[in-house]
Design a protein around this ligand. Structure first.
Ligand code: MD3
Ligand code: FE
Length: 224
């Protein structure tokens, strides 16, 4: 009798709702979709605004490299042009990526209407090498409480999901692996969060990413 009982002993990661409005759906992106996204990100990384380490007002630079679509985020505002890079207008957010965001809300919230009216107008594409981190922060430069959709590809990271009051405890550490979807809506939209480590060598090179981690977030800026 070596057959495992169904539902026990598996290693498959399960969907979770770590806080109201926050849903983690492991393995949401198919391998084919991950490859397509990696190819698209490579194109956006070349231009019209090249991917770069964002400069912070205090003189530091982020360890993460970022390229934006739709609107260009620079600390701490969104603009149509990348005045801190090359002055160019950022690439449009493609309709297929907004469609993917709506499908993500439907699946995360298990509600066929959850994507209705969701019109993300910016995407931030973040690339993490093995040393890159993102400190605990809130995303509050958007003038909208619409959900943020996060897609991860490549190496697994430790994502730290905190509370809305401060960057300190309580927080929950969650492994985000290639293909994972995370949606932050409702009260979770303004929670502190960050990336405390990347686990080099955990991604499958078949995604097209030989090393490192890509994260794509879809957002509604509320700007025009
Ligand atoms: C929760 N990115 O770009 S994605 C960011 O993995 C950012 O690159 C991380 O934090 C990354 O701002 C985390 C998950 C995420 C993104 C935006 C959020 C979580 C969020 C906005 C509000 C609440
Ligand atoms: Fe963030």
């Amino acid at each position: 009798m070596t057959e495992p009982l169904p539902g026990f002993g598996g290693t498959e990661r399960l969907r979770s709702r770590p806080a109201p409005g926050a849903v983690h759906v492991p393995g949401w992106l198919s391998p084919q979709r991950q490859r397509e996204l990696v190819t698209a990100c490579r194109g956006w990384a070349r231009g019209p605004v090249p991917i770069r380490h964002t400069r912070l007002p205090g003189g530091g630079v982020m360890s993460v490299q970022t390229v934006c679509l739709g609107w260009h985020w620079q600390p701490y505002a969104y603009k149509r042009t990348a005045d801190d890079v090359n002055g160019a207008r950022v690439a449009e957010l493609p309709g297929w990526l907004a469609d993917l965001g709506r499908a993500a809300l439907v699946d995360a919230y298990e509600d066929a209407a959850a994507g209705d009216g969701y019109a993300p107008d910016t995407a931030l594409v973040n690339f993490y090498d093995g040393q890159a981190r993102m400190g605990m922060h809130q995303d509050k430069d958007e003038r909208s409480g619409a959900p943020v959709v996060s897609l991860s590809i490549g190496d697994t990271c430790v994502f730290r999901f905190g509370n809305t009051e401060s960057r300190n405890r309580p927080y929950t550490d969650i492994e985000l692996a290639s293909g994972d979807l995370f949606v932050f809506g409702g009260p979770s939209r303004f929670a502190y969060h960050g990336v405390t480590k990347v686990r080099p060598g955990t991604g499958d090179p078949a995604t097209g990413l030989a090393s490192g981690r890509l994260n794509i977030t879809l957002r509604v800026t509320g700007l025009e």
